[in-house]
Design a protein around this ligand. Sequence first.
Ligand code: PLP
Length: 406
Amino acid sequence: MALKLPIYMDYHATTPVDPRVLDAMLPYFSGHFGNAASRSHPFGWEAEKAVDDARAQIAALMNADPREIIFTSGATESDNLAIKGVAEMYREKGDHIITSQIEHKAVLDTCKRLENDGFRVTYLPVDDTGMVRPESVAEAIDDKTILCSIMLANNEIGTINPVEEIGKICRSRGVLFHSDAVQGFGKIPFNVQTMSVDLASVTAHKIYGPKGVGALYVRRKSPRVRLQSQMDGGGHERGMRSGTLNVPGIVGFGKACEVAGLDMASEAERLIGFRERMRSEIQGKLEAVSLNGHPTRRLPGNLNLSFAYVEGESLLMGMKDIALSSGSACTSASLEPSYVLKALGVGDDMAHSSIRYGLGRFTTAEEVEFAIDLTIRTVERLREMSPLYELAREGVDLKTVQWEPH
Ligand code: PLP
């Protein structure tokens, strides 16, 4: 079958809705349109039942009790609710929060705001594979630490954190543990019991569900977590998040979890096969290509590579037939290298020339072959035009070159 271009390889940014998910959602837009909070008639009961079923499906995928699932508009809101909600509720107990330098902005910017409000935040460094060392969490805890927030897996480099060890440390020291589980949930096993997680953020659109619906897991016992709500209103979701529930979205999220649970092992195996084929073929044919992140402890569908002697933007331009993401973030006028790659110790040049390939459920073997071929051809072409590459090939150590300003 002919390839349809452009190819989508940006599954960390978002995913298409799975047809099984869409089928489950459709009846709830017009036929079964009731408000799940309407207790006095069948329209409401039907909607409430659908929400309860979805709550159970989501809870099952993380080994939680359905009553511990609080629906939100997505993981940005879940992260805000978890961190601000704990900070405000436990302020009397302490003023210290621990997180890592490579969290998503929804966590980092929330922490920054709390710093402005007088909280102390420790941003833990990561090792050169992007992993938080559990001992660094233990060392950072003081008698005023109320919360530790460490992601399950990173969205750029795919590295999976030792969440179970970190959870154990937090539990033994009486510190609440939040995990932004967005990128790992539904793709790798995630268990709030064995991992001692007290709060967890998840979102539907990264696991083939709709955009604009997420959830926060909030532990009910041992310990019971209390949160200061961030939205005032009708007292929905045990008073933690007011607002009429997005019933079709929630139904879709539930179905997406059910499908993810059934397909997780086979999907992971298939994607790891694709990822490793890409890595070995690209690194086999091109020199000076480095892998960012951990070689094995990474999300099945994540491959992040840096290509020396090429410029990231030109690389992306040359690969327009594939929807990809790069390690350069265009912030206003400047081109900033990714803060995640910088935290791993990747130099600016290599961070700028990095590409994140995000593979997912609908990625085919033909698409993988096309991406391998296009990457190799584009990098070779750009290097042929690169004076830096020429110097490097002649054996010149580029670090010793004195550049003339002009
Ligand atoms: N946390 C992580 C790790 C993410 O990758 C994302 C999405 O990019 C978010 C949080 C935010 O999720 P949402 O788009 O549902 O607000």
